[in-house]
Design a protein around this ligand. Structure first.
Ligand SMILES: [Zn+2]
Ligand SMILES: [Zn+2]
Length: 262
């Protein structure tokens, strides 16, 4: 990621986000940056659904700083704790996102039946908002883990295996979280909407924002319609996997903390 300005209607993005940093909640930051999320193509104009507003501090935190040649135990412990805390926040964002995604088929259907479009508009904007939150949180944890991985050679050799065990588990947890996000987005693809901007999908690639639809072929039942129950069950299983990996991560963090504070 570079600090290049994304070609997009920045003001529209800032306005939508109420000129507030979507990471730390600062509502009067001196500088605002649009930050790209999801895997929308970044050439040409970037659709506003793929951008979030962040302050200068959070924008810089999204860029891993890999310069450190050595690190004190205290500073390392602080970083590990920070990464763990941020990953914990990501998991709560993800739980909210999964629950919103899985309620969308019913919400859209009942809105269609009784013409209450306002309710479904609210549900859609909440889906989009929560998706941006979770993708931003994942990006922030990625940057922290990249920094920790780069510190491996800078730490004492007796601490190194514990640090390695921590970063490996945290990285595995990131993959599970991303999998849960993608499965939740698949619900929206199955509704023939773009999982980023929510425009109706006519082809594989969204003509509004350029995002590729999630593959839905695995979720068709014999009759050819979407087996939402099965998809929802898989989302729940993935969230349970994430909870189990979080337990392992807590053990790893405790082991590392014990070594760093003796
Ligand atoms: Zn911020
Ligand atoms: Zn789109």
């Amino acid at each position: 990621m570079t600090s290049r300005d994304w070609i997009a209607d920045r003001e529209a993005v800032f306005d939508r986000d109420a000129f507030t940093c979507q990471q730390c909640g600062d509502d009067e930051p001196a500088t605002l940056h649009p930050y790209p999320i999801g895997d929308v193509p970044l050439e040409d104009a970037v659709h506003e659904s793929a951008l979030v507003t962040v302050c200068e501090v959070c924008f810089n935190a999204l860029e891993p700083s890999l310069a450190a040649a050595s690190i004190e135990s205290d500073a390392l412990f602080h970083r590990v704790r920070d990464a763990t805390r941020l990953q914990g926040e990501t998991i709560s964002d993800l739980a909210a996102f999964a629950s919103l995604s899985t309620s969308l088929p019913a919400t859209l259907e009942s809105a269609r039946d009784d013409g209450t479009e306002v309710d479904s508009d609210d549900a859609v904007s909440e889906y989009q908002h929560t998706r941006r939150d979770v993708l931003l949180a994942i990006a922030l944890v990625d940057a922290r883990l990249e920094e920790l991985a780069a510190l491996e050679s800078a730490v004492d050799s007796d601490v190194r295996p514990s640090l390695l065990a921590f970063t490996e588990t945290a990285t595995a947890l990131q993959s599970t979280l991303i999998e849960a996000v993608e499965l939740s987005e698949t619900v929206v693809s199955a509704l023939e909407r773009c999982h980023g901007c929510f425009a109706p999908l006519e082809e594989e690639t969204c003509s509004t924002c350029g995002l590729e639809a999630r593959e839905t072929a695995d979720w068709h039942d014999i009759g050819g319609s979407i087996a939402f129950d099965q998809l929802f069950a898989t989302i729940n299983e993935t969230l349970q996997d994430a909870a189990e990996t979080t337990d392992t991560l807590t053990d790893r963090t405790t082991a590392l903390a014990a070594q760093l504070t003796t």
